[in-house]
Write a protein that binds this ligand. Structure first.
Ligand code: CP
Length: 308
C-alpha cells in the first residue's frame, strides 16, 4: 500500500514505494491485455480527471485504470467548465470535494498546482503533470517499462535526449532513476539543457552521439514549442539534423538498447519515422504499461486510505 494521501512527485517517493508500484503494476498488466479479470478494489469510489492542458495518453490511461478497478470516473471538461468563468483552482477543488470525489487527477500548466490542490481538498490528488516540474506517473510507467525489459536499474545507462529544459518528464525520470541506481545522461542543445541539473546526480551533454554511446535506454523527448518563447534553436529542420535520433545515431547505443519516448512524438523532428517504427522502439508498450501503472497507483492509494 502507499501510506500517503496524494501522489505529487517522484521526488517525494522512496525506492521502496517506487518498487511497490512497479511490482503491483506487473500484477495488473494482465487486466489491461485482457488476460486477467477486472478487479473491484475501487467499487463505489469516484475519480475525476481535471486537465487544464491537453492530453491523450495520461487522461485516457487514468480513465481506463479507474474503470478496470470498478470506480466511477468522470472528466471535468475544463474547457466547458466554470473555470472559464474565472473560478479558481482551489474553489474548483473544493466544489468537487463537496461532491464526495475520492480521487482528483490533475494536469496543469503551473508548477506546484497539484501541491496547491492537494493542500486544499480531502480527496487524494494525483499529479498528471504540472508545468515543467514533474510528471510522476509518466516516469513510473517509464521505470516499469525498463524494469520489465531489463530486469532492474543498477548501472544501466539511460540517455534522455531533447528539450530537457521544459521537460517535467526528464525531471521526474532523473529523480527516480538516480535513486534506483541507473546512470542518467541528459543531452540536447545548450539552450534546452541546464548544466545545473548535474546537481541531481546526472550528466549533462550537448553531443548527442557521445551521450548515446553505450546506452541501454535512449529516451527521446518532444520539443515543447508551446512552452518556449522562441529563439532557442534556429528551426525544427536544423534541430532534427543535429539532435534528432535516427538509425545511425542509435548504432552508438548498446546492441540490445531500447528506444523510448513519452509521446506524443513530432515524427521526423526528435525521431525519424524509420527509427520510431523499428523493433528497438517500445513506445507502444509504454502506453499499455501506462494503464497498468495507473491502476497500481489507484489501488495502492486506496489500500492506504482504507488502512489509515
Ligand atoms: N506522455 C503524455 O503525458 O502524453 P499525453 O500528453 O497524451 O497525456
Amino acid at each position: 500500500m502507499l501510506r500517503r494521501k496524494d501522489l505529487l512527485g517522484i521526488r517525494d517517493l522512496s525506492v521502496n514505494e517506487i518498487m511497490t508500484i512497479l511490482q503491483t503494476a506487473e500484477s495488473m498488466k494482465g487486466i489491461v491485455t485482457g488476460e486477467a479479470a477486472k478487479l473491484e478494489v475501487l467499487k463505489g469510489r469516484s475519480a475525476v480527471t481535471l486537465f487544464y492542458e491537453n492530453s491523450t495518453r495520461t487522461r485516457m490511461a487514468f480513465t481506463m485504470a479507474g474503470t478496470y478497478l470498478g470506480a466511477h470516473v468522470a472528466d471535468l471538461g475544463v474547457a466547458s467548465s466554470s473555470v472559464q468563468k474565472g473560478e479558481s483552482l482551489v474553489d474548483t477543488g473544493i466544489t468537487l470535494d463537496s461532491m464526495g470525489i475520492d480521487y482528483m487527477i490533475m494536469r496543469h500548466g503551473m508548477s506546484g498546482a497539484a501541491h496547491l490542490l492537494a493542500k486544499n481538498v480531502k480527496a487524494s490528488v494525483i499529479n498528471a503533470g504540472d508545468g515543467a516540474n514533474e510528471h510522476p506517473t509518466q516516469a513510473l510507467l517509464d521505470f516499469y517499462t525498463i524494469y520489465e525489459k531489463k530486469g532492474g536499474f543498477k548501472n544501466l545507462k539511460v540517455t534522455i535526449v531533447g528539450d530537457i529544459a521544459h521537460s517535467r518528464v526528464a525531471r521526474s525520470n532523473v529523480f527516480g532513476l538516480t535513486q534506483l541506481g541507473a546512470q542518467v545522461t541528459l543531452a540536447g542543445p545548450g539552450t534546452l539543457t541546464a548544466k545545473s541539473m548535474e546537481k541531481l546526480g546526472c550528466t549533462v551533454m550537448t553531443d548527442v552521439k557521445a551521450a548515446v554511446k553505450d546506452a541501454d535506454i535512449v529516451m527521446a523527448l518532444r520539443i515543447q514549442l508551446e512552452r518556449q518563447k522562441g529563439g532557442l534553436f534556429p528551426n525544427l529542420r536544423e534541430y532534427s539534423q543535429i539532435y534528432g535520433l535516427n538509425k545511425e545515431i542509435f548504432e552508438y547505443a548498446k546492441p540490445d538498447a531500447l528506444l523510448m519516448h513519452p509521446a506524443p512524438v513530432n515524427r521526423g523532428v526528435e525521431l525519424t519515422p524509420e527509427l520510431m517504427d523499428s523493433k528497438v522502439s517500445v513506445i507502444d508498450e509504454q502506453v499499455t504499461n501506462g494503464v497498468a501503472v495507473r491502476m497500481a497507483i489507484l489501488a495502492l492509494l486506496q489500500e492506504g486510505r482504507e488502512n489509515a
